[in-house]
Design a protein. Structure first.
Length: 134
């Protein structure tokens, strides 16, 4: 995804962080929103790539959980544990929690959401319903 598109997705949509996260997620191709486990989740062709953490089990934060490439979770948490954390249930599989309360860096959130999307997205469809050979 181009930097300009990420910047556009990260622009203010008011002060509601959930609305901003929703706009970032739904701007990605073939994305749908579905409530699961009592929270909004975003999927690309039924594959989960983002889940809202709205004070899950009494947590102090509002965050999004995202699948991350190998080593990304550890690097982000080590660099800024006030913004990133290992979420319950999925943290052991490399997912990273990204706080969206307070003053998040929305351009960084948009970049991480796009990365999570690419991490789980199936190959693009072609007219015949198969991925192209390249």
């Amino acid at each position: 995804m181009r930097a300009r598109a990420l910047k556009k997705q990260a622009r203010p949509l008011g002060k509601d962080p959930i609305a901003r996260l929703r706009a970032i997620c739904l701007a990605l191709p073939d994305t749908t929103e579905k409530v699961a486990w009592g929270e909004p989740t975003w999927r690309v062709r039924e594959r989960l790539f983002a889940q809202l953490d709205n004070h899950h089990h009494g947590a102090e934060h509002l965050a999004v959980w995202l699948p991350a490439p190998l080593g990304e979770q550890e690097a982000l948490v080590a660099r800024d544990p006030s913004r990133f954390f290992r979420p319950p249930y999925v943290g052991q599989r490399g997912w990273v929690g990204v706080r969206i309360d307070g003053r998040p860096r929305w351009s960084q959130v948009a970049m991480l959401v796009a990365q999570a999307y690419r991490h789980v997205a199936p190959p693009p469809r072609t007219r015949r319903g198969r991925a192209s050979d390249g």
